[in-house]
Ligand binder design. Structure first.
Ligand SMILES: Cc1cc2nc3c(=O)[nH]c(=O)nc-3n(C[C@H](O)[C@H](O)[C@H](O)COP(=O)(O)O)c2cc1C
Length: 142
């Protein structure tokens, strides 16, 4: 009987390098999903307004290793961890990485888009926003 793995959830924000389109993000995810499925990583990648917001859930050592790779990825920069927590269970268990679009309209963000600055917000508030976007069906297929 081994010890159960320590499960963590990380949330970071970054700025896209070059034009940010659904296609570019889909390409990033095409590679990511196979890796994530094989290594027990779940989460959400949200794209919009030139930003990436990503939740990574999984075994602590795996999330640390993956985050280290993501930090070095030239397709984005200004990567900042907003939240890193031990969790009892996954929030996004169904997705090896859900793809969500950050809308431009103010209603969903509950603030004018010009004021939406995840670098200045609490990580918990950003996590809640991602939950709301998923619940509101802002997910792209697949
Ligand atoms: C915004 C963003 C999110 C990413 N998310 C993941 C991910 O969830 N899983 C993953 O394996 N790679 C992800 N990547 C890609 C990694 O940075 C890296 O390219 C990938 O792990 C392959 O690395 P390798 O070519 O050195 O094996 C992401 C990249 C970016 C720019």
């Amino acid at each position: 009987m081994g010890r159960p793995p320590v499960l963590v959830r990380a949330l970071y924000v970054s700025r896209a390098v070059g034009p940010q389109t659904g296609t570019v993000t889909a390409q990033i995810l095409a590679g990511a999903q196979a890796h994530n499925a094989a290594h027990g990583v779940t989460g959400v990648l949200c794209q919009g307004q030139g930003l990436y917001l990503q939740v990574l859930e999984g075994e602590r050592a795996e999330i640390n290793r993956l985050y280290g790779q993501i930090l070095q990825d030239r397709r984005h920069h200004d990567v900042q961890m907003l939240l890193f927590d031990e969790v009892a269970e996954r929030r996004f268990a169904g997705w090896s990485m859900a793809h969500v679009v950050l809308p431009d309209d103010a209603a969903m963000l509950r603030m004018p888009p010009a004021d939406f600055d995840p670098y200045a917000l609490s990580g918990r508030a950003v996590l809640k926003l991602l939950d709301d976007l998923l619940a509101a069906g802002h997910r792209l297929a697949p």
